[in-house]
Design a protein around this ligand. Structure first.
Ligand code: NAP
Length: 384
């Protein structure tokens, strides 16, 4: 029975006509208990449509305010490691921010093509003096040494910022493992440097036509010396929190006033604002944003991204070739083998070496093969 009891709109009561003997109930009848009466609430749909329209207007207003706010203070993003992935991401960044690239190799021309500038690794002071956000896009293997080599310049920059009352910068990484760069950044970076750990779950091939609906994982890690996350988080509760906060803010915005937030000092406010501006780039490009602890990321990735690369590498050792009898399934196998083996072995090694859960996956795959072979042998014994 369908009953609406929230308001006093006119109600209709429809008696269920009995089914003719032997007749099949249709899809609607099948979920209505024929013994019960259906109560329809006239006006309910109009009311819902009105509410939907109000929310759409609210959202349009919110977006205008948000875009105004973003345009007010565009970021300058420093990219350390301007290789294949660094350039791919920066090209899109350059639509929202000013780019300053720093890398071992000279990428002046590539940076210029994005209306950005290139600073050689040998001149880090000039790099840090310009940037709001520093994103490490170097290989996993070279991440720690690159950061260590930059530490004297980072410390100089912190002294300069303190002297002129400037906060930041925000440090981010895009490594395909997350607990490792989190630890390195928290251990090595001075407290004044904020930290966000991120993993865009896409690359130059999957993201060649845009980033819409591609996954972006992040953990807001540290702001103004305070740890923001680190414990395991329930994703559904985080999502609920975000929806509630967004809803409340939208309502306040339209009324033209914000509630007083709990007191944060100005560096903290600036730091959180910088993080939001950085995240907005990914949001505005349509990424599917997932906030998650670095630990959760690595646990999921061991049984998802790493196992994909592992199987691709194992299949790569089989010298598989297209044959005249290929099925769709086998074509997928060839595609997987091709795409995973096209990535650098450095990347595969990084996924294994710097994810605490990757070795468990290798053991589990090995014992999985043994179990399958045992099952086959058992059946052979039983039947023949
Ligand atoms: P990569 O081989 O992992 O990294 C190449 C980059 O690392 C280049 O910018 C290179 O600088 C720099 N680099 C390598 N060794 C270095 C060293 N000893 N010192 C300083 N810089 C060094 O390939 P990638 O695909 O470009 O990946 C970059 C990062 O993005 C990795 O951390 C990876 O996990 C992450 N990521 C990649 C993808 C993807 O689809 N490719 C997706 C998500 C995340 P030079 O070019 O100046 O030599």
């Amino acid at each position: 029975m369908v009953t609406f009891t929230e308001d006093d709109d006119t109600k209709f009561i429809i008696d269920e006509a009995p089914l003719a003997q032997g007749a099949e109930p249709d899809a609607y009848d099948s979920w209505v208990d024929p013994k019960e009466k259906v109560v329809l609430n006239a006006g309910r749909l109009q009311e819902l449509k009105k509410k939907e329209k109000e929310l759409q207007d609210l959202l349009a207003l919110l977006r205008i305010e948000k875009n105004k706010e973003l345009e007010l203070k565009p970021l300058t993003i420093g990219v350390v490691g301007f290789g294949n992935f660094g350039q791919f991401i920066s090209k899109t960044f350059s639509r929202h921010a000013k780019i300053v690239a720093m890398s071992r190799s000279d990428y002046s021309a590539q940076a210029k093509a994005m209306n950005g500038t290139y600073v050689p690794l040998s001149n880090p002071d000039r790099f840090f003096a310009q940037v709001d956000v520093v994103v490490f896009m170097v290989s996993i293997k070279s991440f720690e040494s690159t950061l260590r080599n930059l530490l004297p310049a980072i410390k100089n920059d912190q002294r300069r910022r303190k002297a002129v009352g400037e906060s930041g910068p925000l440090f981010a990484d895009v490594l395909s493992v997350k607990e490792y760069p989190r630890k390195i950044m928290l251990d090595l970076l001075p407290e004044g440097c904020d930290v966000i750990c991120t993993h865009p779950m896409f690359g130059p091939i999957s993201g060649k036509d845009g980033w819409a609906d591609l996954k972006f994982i992040y953990e807001k890690t540290r702001c103004n010396g305070k740890l923001l996350k680190g414990e395991r988080t329930s994703m559904s509760s985080l999502r609920k929190q975000r929806v509630t906060v967004a809803g409340n803010q939208a309502r306040k915005l339209v009324k033209g006033k914000y509630d007083e937030q709990p007191e944060e000092n100005s560096s903290e406010k600036e730091g959180l604002d910088r993080m939001e501006r950085f995240l907005s780039i990914w949001e505005e490009e349509g990424c599917h944003m997932e906030e998650m602890t670095c630990k959760d990321h690595d646990m999921f990735a061991a049984k998802s991204q790493f196992i994909t690369h592992l199987m691709g590498r194992v299949l790569g050792k089989q010298n598989l070739m297209p044959t005249p009898v290929d099925t769709k399934g086998f074509e997928s196998v060839l595609a997987l083998t091709h795409s995973t083996n096209a990535d650098s072995f450095d990347l595969f090694y990084g996924l294994y070496k710097y994810n605490n859960y990757a070795l468990d996956t290798i053991f589990s795959v090995r014992s999985g093969i043994d179990e399958v072979v045992d099952d086959l042998r058992r059946m052979e014994r039983e039947y023949f």
